[in-house]
Design a protein around this ligand. Structure first.
Ligand code: 5AD
Length: 362
């Protein structure tokens, strides 16, 4: 009996080491292989994956963690995603939109803090239309020609994406949320589709953006198979940035009463992403920190290499409430970079103030 158990254990580990070897050869994994890895529950095996992922990150990026100043430009959104606190159907959500002048002021503050990337993120606000976004990007690019501008303003047409790129935006974040069409339909209203989301991502890549995608972990109805679909899709898309965070319920939404996603599973996914995409820019997301104060450090120690301190004007920050208890103060705040530095110090990492563009020298 004992030998049977230990044989099983050894066989289990052999499979894990086989997978690690395949991952280090940078070849694509099959569905069944992803399923195996995503279903690893043994704490020791997860620890092996985490340590290996941290090693891979350090070998490519050292102990530096890139910082991006996050400016949440509007809490208005025309979409009605079932999980999101700023969905248009949430009449309790508090709304604000920043003016161009306010955004520029945030950029000046960010520049004074030494940040070299500004991320403009917002709901799909019809007032912040394509021409308005283009003009804001052009002005920021003119004032800060050395800084990277990242946009995260949802699904737009190809002409708009091109015009933003020409105006100086070089990165775009648009999570695919879930690759499985049926699951996508459970999370979104019927006027949105997984195929349109993917078409947008293809377009962004084709235009030349460093493109970011990703998914929530533990979103309502999500199964391991859905996460397998996500991994297969990411292998196909090859995004330069991949953001994953746990689902967190948002009050006054249809999914307000679902459980939050699991931090440990999110950390496992971060490890696997780092192993499969060694050069990718992978943030330690605010959602992780919102669920667990140690979330940022856990993610960095599992291979994440980006953090996005919040630069949004403090008086409206609480209104960008995409889920409950979203953290935006302390070391999540750009004004408190010293706290971030201290917490990184404690695990032997430091802030890297470089632009942190995607490079794949292999
Ligand atoms: N929980 C976790 N993440 C969420 N997002 C939106 N709503 C939630 C939520 N309730 C994520 C989506 C979106 C990103 C900006 O925030 O993945 O792409």
């Amino acid at each position: 009996m004992l030998t049977l158990i230990s044989e099983n254990l050894i066989m289990g580990h052999i499979r894990l080491y086989d997978m690690l070897e395949k991952l280090s050869s940078r070849s694509s994994l099959e569905r069944e292989e992803w399923h195996y890895l995503l279903a690893v529950t043994d704490a020791h095996e997860r620890e092996i994956l985490r340590q290996k992922a941290a090693e891979v990150a350090v070998s490519h990026f050292g102990k530096g963690v890139f910082v991006r100043g996050l400016i949440e430009i509007s809490s208005y959104c025309r979409n009605n995603c079932n999980y999101c606190g700023i969905r248009c159907g949430n009449t309790f959500a508090e709304r604000y939109r920043l003016t161009k002048e306010q955004i520029l002021k945030c950029c000046h503050q960010g520049a004074a803090l030494g940040l070299n990337t500004f991320v403009l993120q917002g709901g799909e606000d019809v007032r912040q239309n394509d021409e308005w976004i283009r003009d804001v990007v052009e002005t920021i690019h003119h004032e800060f020609p050395e800084k990277a501008i990242t946009l995260s303003v949802g699904e737009r047409c190809e002409a708009a994406y091109k015009s933003f790129f020409e105006a100086g935006a070089s990165r775009y974040l648009l999570r695919h949320e879930t690759r499985n069409d049926a699951h996508y339909a459970q999370l979104h209203p019927s006027n949105m589709s997984s195929s349109n989301r993917r078409a947008c991502l293809e377009t962004l890549k084709r235009i030349g953006y460093q493109t970011g995608s990703g998914m929530m972990i533990g979103s309502p109805f999500q199964t391991t198979q859905h996460l397998v679909d996500d991994m297969m899709y990411l292998q196909e898309l090859q995004p330069q940035m991949i953001g994953v965070g746990p689902f967190i319920p948002a009050k006054n939404t249809p999914y307000a009463h679902f459980d939050a996603g699991c931090v440990d599973l999110t950390i496992l996914v971060v490890s696997l992403l780092r192993l499969r995409f060694p050069h990718a820019l992978i943030p330690a997301t605010t959602a992780l920190v919102s669920l667990n104060p140690q979330g940022r450090l856990l993610a960095i120690q599992a291979g994440a290499n980006v953090v996005m301190p919040n630069l949004t004007p403090t008086e409206v920050r609480d209104k960008y409430s995409i889920y409950n208890n979203k953290k935006n103060s302390g070391s999540e705040s750009a004004q408190q970079l010293c706290l971030l530095q201290q917490s990184l110090d404690a695990i032997g990492y430091h802030i890297d103030y470089g632009r942190g563009d995607y490079t794949d020298k292999q």
